[in-house]
Design a protein. Structure first.
Length: 400
């Protein structure tokens, strides 16, 4: 009998150490594979984000550079709107300036044909790089001199009234020889506090965010974001954390149309400059200059226009502004008249929407500027609609 043992007949014992080694090896391999995959995915994500950042930054800088080039080509200008309706007024130029958010005053001036009873009517187009009253004054003096004008009337709507006062003071304090007959301020805030809080918030938000983001005034996409952010209370209910989709779309349409598509749209740089005219309102100094009767100069007459129903003006506290201007004009011995627009039609500096009432007032202003009738300034306030029409000759009656 053989003592040789068949290995296959022996009991089998499982090599657990070997299995553990295999398992650990597989786990290590899987771990390395997972780490590798995660690393590759992370690299891909970083690459995608970096690419997006580069592309976005390139697009941002490209947009800013495009707008910068466009701004470099802009400048302030004057556009003739109406010629004086009678020979005796051909020596006077009426210069119209628009308010915040507008570049050209042409639509506003076009709505005021009755201004032709005071002289040739010119509309200012602001330089899209910013408001510069001295440059505008130089343009006015240059054109008036070339055309043989002897006097000017400066007319400003909303913020434009501050520009008009600054331009008037520059011309009046200069040596051009031009007489400044009058300054007309329509719903003009005399100080930042004369602007309603909601509107100050919009302007302050835009200015603050513009300071925080380089190029935001030039970048159209970022300006859109800033404009929407500034108006967030119009479409977001903070208390309920809800979004009004209809109001969101409406605000989007308004911004796209008014701030980007309109041919008269003001650049972000210009809007910030215009808001700066309000924020740093210098009308007190300008009225002080206009009140000096030096070298035989005759100070201009100051006119203020506001709606009869002040609630119709959702931008400016007109009563507050009027009283502030009345105080300043009294201190500087300037004649000051107040006109009230129609209680229904009259709103915030809106001659394009309320042509009838504004042209009636324009006829009355023309009479005062030309010395008919003689009225007591600083006391009499003139109300819409027929305060002076009884004095207007039939041939020059304001439109009804």
């Amino acid at each position: 009998m053989s003592n040789t043992t068949n290995p296959e007949s022996l009991p089998r014992y499982h090599d657990f150490h070997h299995d553990v080694d295999l398992a650990l090896a597989r786990d290590e391999s899987d771990m390395k594979s997972n780490v590798h995959d995660r690393l590759i995915n992370r690299i891909k994500k970083i690459g995608a984000i970096s690419t997006a950042v580069v592309v976005t930054n390139f697009g941002y800088e490209l947009d800013v550079s495009i707008v910068d080039r466009q701004l470099a080509e802009t400048h302030a200008s004057l556009t003739s709107v109406y010629k004086a309706s009678s020979p005796e007024h051909q020596d006077t130029m009426v210069v119209v300036m628009a308010g915040l958010g507008n570049r050209s005053a042409y639509p506003t001036a076009s709505a005021l044909p009755t201004y032709d009873r005071m002289g040739d009517v010119e509309a200012v187009t602001y330089d899209n790089k910013g408001v510069d009253p001295e440059s505008i004054a130089a343009l006015v003096v240059q054109k008036a001199t070339l055309e043989g004008k002897k006097s000017v009337i400066l007319d400003g709507h909303s913020m434009g009234g501050l520009v008009a006062a600054a331009v008037a003071a520059t011309i009046y304090g200069g040596d051009s020889g031009l007489k400044v007959k009058a300054v007309i301020a329509d719903c003009t805030p005399g100080s930042p506090n004369d602007v309603r809080e909601s509107q100050r918030t919009i302007g302050d938000v835009l200015s603050d965010m513009a300071s925080a983001f380089k190029g935001s005034l030039e970048s159209r996409p970022l300006r859109f974001v800033l404009e929407m952010a500034a108006r967030h209370k119009k479409y977001i209910n903070i208390n309920e954390m809800s979004l009004n989709l209809s109001a969101t779309l409406q605000n989007t349409r308004e911004i796209v149309h008014d701030k980007f598509l309109s041919p008269d749209a003001a650049s972000g740089v210009l809007v910030d400059s215009q808001y700066g005219m309000i924020r740093n309102a210098n009308i007190a100094n300008n009225l002080r200059t206009l009140g000096k009767a030096d070298n035989g100069k005759v100070p201009p007459i100051i006119f203020f226009q506001q709606p009869t129903n002040v609630a119709n003006d959702t931008i400016v506290y007109d009563d507050r502004s009027r009283e502030g201007l009345k105080k300043l004009t009294t201190e500087n011995n300037l004649q000051f008249y107040v006109f009230y627009t129609d209680p229904v039609e009259g709103g915030h500096a809106n001659p394009t929407e309320a042509r009838d009432t504004y042209n009636k007032i324009a006829a009355s202003i023309g009479l005062i500027v030309n010395g008919i009738p003689q009225m007591n300034p600083n006391v009499t306030t003139l109300a819409y609609p027929d305060s002076l029409l009884s004095h207007v000759p039939a041939t020059v009656k304001a439109p009804r």
